[in-house]
Each structure stands twice: as structure tokens, then as C-alpha cells.
Design a protein around this ligand. Sequence first.
Ligand code: ADP
Length: 619
Amino acid sequence: MSTSTAPEKCEFQAEVSQVLDIVINSLYTDKEIFVRELVSNASDALEKFRHLQLSENDVHQPDLPLEIQVSVDEEAKTVTISDHGLGMTRDELHENLGTIAHSGSKAFVKALEESKQKESALIGQFGVGFYSAFMVADEVTVETRSWKPDGESLIWKSDGKTGYEIEEAEGNVDRGSKITLKLREEAEEFAADTRVKQILETYSNFVSFPILIGEDRVNTIEAIWRKKKSDVTDEEYNEFYKFSAKAFDEPRYRMHFSSDMPIEINALLFVPTENTELWGMGQMEPGVSLYCKNVLIDDKPEGLLPEWLRFLRGVIDSADIPLNISRESMQDSSLVRKLNRVVTKRFLKFLDGEAKDDAEKYGEFYAKFGRFLKEGIVVDFDHRENLSKLLRFESSMTEKGEETSLADYLTRAKDGQEKIYYLTGADRATIEAGPYLEALKSRGLEVIYFYDNIDEVLLQHLREFDGKELVSAASADLELDDDVEVEGDSLDEEKTETLCSFLKEEFGDKVEKVEAGKRLVSSPVAALVPADGMNAQMRQMMAAMNPNEELPPIKVEVEINPRHELIHQLATVQEENPDLAKLVARQLFDNALLSAGLLEDRTDLIERNFRLMEEAMKK
Ligand code: ADP
């Protein structure tokens, strides 16, 4: 094409080159997704234009049809996708097609840095927007004219390798963008109407603007979220999910509901199969779009749903939302807040129902997405109660791998049991080997096991369920029914007291008090964390949050088991061989700290252990 001024030649930003390099050289086989990516950009541009028209009077060529044209030239081996959307100015061309500031490709680069996955799998996960054109083309031309009255007719051109150039077009270009791909030899199949039509039918059925090949309309515009459930097939739902979430997986759950009260809502929400946050890809971006009577208002509105529901995909449509609501005023809108509350509540109720209908399927969901629910409990008081019904965990009354809920726990609670007991620990084996479980087990009380390191934070916020307090079985203030029969002869009171004060002396300043108690059965001793103290998980968390700060000193209470053989013997040895008694006392304390996860300095432990072995083998 001839031009009026010399082309402006530019280099791509480093990140763009990185993406292009991967896109061009990748072995990713689904190259056809470039059609979807470019059509979706065209649709975005049209959507933005439609929105802009609500507030701008002076736009260039206001009457062009809002549609997308796709054409091929079998001889020249080109595919062209054009729209009359908002177009781009020179600055916007640099910004949008020369640097990475935009969503899709940025997430891609970030994921590339963070993940060890094969690049091609990542391309599938994200699509790489505009740059996917270079999977099939060795030259891409963008003719564009901005909606702005003073816009220029411009041509952007690149081979995807050596940078790009922008020049003025000779004649006038219509408002919008026209993207022409000169196909590489191995991608020539895409220069055929039938092939392109077939791709469009797969990916672009839900684009809300007409897509035309010549005169023929390819897509059927359908706001399936406003249809009756009985009129939508599973395939249509799945296809819509893939289209709207730009996803490649099948949805794990879908919730489709309509309501008129308190506001008119048509919502179609999906839970994806995968939680990409578990792959270390950083926070998911919210993906539920807001519509008003089929017209998109915002595809990623902040505040439409709580942040902990950022894994949801889909659409919320409400006729009550004003069409021209701005992004800024969205969060302040009482209508949006109402939508948020109603839909969130409905979704939690939906999950509860799903969990009851198919516990196994729910368990799979929970394994991947349970963390979001926990996050919700921590940050969202309004929904805490409903969220807590959705928690699942193992307990002392389940098998390994079998999960139960708080409600189920209460059905098994003993008559008059006012508390819900739990223990936190790295895993089932660690919790069961510790000294804390036996007191409750021997009294027939169920103990919930929490393994996740965010559970500690969770438990600081989830203080009760159904009016019953949640209490740690390792806490010093655990009140247990003392009428229970405990087996074994107890050391007499006087000896116990002497032993306790001896131990207090030996244990040193980490210990607030040493007492005999009834909670222990087969362990001689346990370290308990007082209400104002910090357990091991809390200390770990604090250390992780403030790596340079010193943690406060450890503070525990120690309970001894006066029925335990070791304690009996220690009382005797304390009189007969005070040195050995001291050695045993310190070892006892370290063991107790070890079980509590609180032994931070192990040097003495080993040394002392050798000496105890020596003692044991004497004579
Ligand atoms: P994303 O769509 O995820 O933002 P892309 O790489 O697909 O990333 O596109 C980059 C940017 O280029 C878009 O955000 C948009 O601003 C601009 N753009 C792409 N295609 C068009 C188009 N057809 N009309 C107007 N702007 C476009």
C-alpha cells in the first residue's frame, strides 16, 4: 500500500517479543483459536463503542452497522476480520499492539514466569489475544480508524519478529479495525470459507453482534441466561461457558436461576473444572459479567460478587441496572450491592444442595475450591454462617480421606455437648500421635482435624457453629467432664504436688504452670497453649508474615498424667537420684514441646537423649 508519510518503525516491548517468540514457535496444535481471539477482540471493540455512544455525541461515522465481517481470499491466502467498533488511534496502536498492558497476554507472561508447565498448555489456558494471529500468519496488517473525530486512518503492520510499523493509509478508512492475516504455508487451510465458518460455529455462537461471512450470518445471538432452563441443552450451556469464560475445560457446576424479588435477576454461573490458583498462577480475575437486558455493561465488574467468588464464571443480567452506570459508580451502587448479596446467597444455597445430592462430586469441588470458601469465612461476616455449612474435614470419627461437615458433627455430638472440638496439625498421623486427642476420645467426643495452614486463620474467625463454640483440644482452658472414670492408680496428692513444683523449676520460664490433670490417658505429659498464647501454626504464620521480627517467647502450661508409670517412677527417682530426675524432666518437657510443634531448638534434645541411653544401660 502506498502512503502519504514515511512509516514509523518500532520495536516490540520485551514481553511482547517473548510472547511472540512462543506463539510463533510453539507446537500448540489448536491454532484455530486465533479466529476466536480476533473475533472476540472485534466484539469487545463493538461493545465498547456501543457503550461509548451512550455518553458521546460526537463520534466518527455513527451509523456504521455494529457487526463483524470475516472473509478469506483463497488465492492470496489471507483471512480478514473487520469490525466497526471503536478503532484505535496511533497512541493506542503502540499501547495495545506493541506493549503488554492488557489482560490476556499479561496473565500469560506472568504464568510463564511462575509455572513449569509446557508453554503450549498455557497458550490453551489463556489464548494470547491478538498475538495468536502470529500462530498462523507471517504478516499481520491492521487498518484502523478511531471513533474520535480527529482520528487518523492508519495501518499497523508486522511480521511478528522484527518489530512493527505504523503508517498513514492512503484513502479514508472506515471507523473500526480490519485485521488481515497473510497465512503461512502450513496454515493455508484457514483460507477457506468452510473452514472458517466451522471454527466460528464452534467458538463464536454467543458473540452478541452479527458475524457475517459475505452476506451469510454465522452466529445465532442468544442470551441463554434469559431463557427457561428447559429450553437450554447441556451442550449449549457448556458451549456458552467456554465462550464466555474463554475456557477450554468443562464447567464443574452450573447454576441458572431467575428471580423477580427483590430485584429482577437472570444469572448463569459456572464453576470451572480447575482452580488455576493452585497451579501457582496468582489470583484468578473475577469473571462474571454484568448485563442489563442482554446488553453487556461490564465484563469484569469489581464488586459485583465478593472477591472470594472470583473463581466463578458467567453472567448476571438485571433489568434494574441503569445501562450507563459507570465502572466507578458500580461499587457504590446500592443495586449492585443488592445483586451481590442475593446472588451470593443463592450460590451458597446451591452449593449446599449440590453437596447433599452428590457428596462425592462436592468433595472433588471442595478439594480444589475449598480455599475460596475459607477465605470467605475469614473476610465476609455476612455470609460466614452459610459458608461454614459448606466446610468439610476429616475427624476422629471418620476414616482417612472421608470428610464430614459441622452439621454432621453435631448429629453425632453427645447429649449436652456444648462445644465443637478440633485439632490443627500437619496431617492425620501427626494429630493422632500427639497427646491431645486421647482426653476427648476417651470421653467419646469427636475431634475435627484441620490440616491446611490457612485453617488457623479460619478458626480465628469461625468461633462458633449453630450456637456451639469451636474449641481447640490443645488449649489449656479446655473444660472436660471430670466425672469420667480414669484408669490406673494416681500418684497421691502430696507426691504429685512435690513433683509438679520440681518440674516447674526444671522446665524454666517458658512454663506458666505445671498441674496434674485428667485429660491424658496414654501420654505422660502434654504442653498446652493458654488462651493468650500462640500455638505452633500461629507462630509459623507470624514468622512467615514478619520474617525479620523475632517471635514472642513460647508460653505454655504443662499437664502431667499422675496415673502414668513414667510419672510414678519420676516421683521416686526425684528423691533417690535428683540428677537423673532433672535429666528426665527436661527430656519430658522437650518431648511435650515437640508434640506441640513448639520445640524450636533441638540441640539439647539429642545430647540429652544420649545421656539417657547411657543411664538406661547402666548396671
Ligand atoms: P486483550 O484482548 O486480552 O486485552 P489482546 O492482545 O487481544 O488482549 O488485545 C490487546 C488490545 O488491543 C485490546 O485490549 C484492545 O485495546 C486492542 N484491540 C485489539 N483488537 C482490537 C479491535 N478489533 N478494535 C479495537 N481495539 C482492539
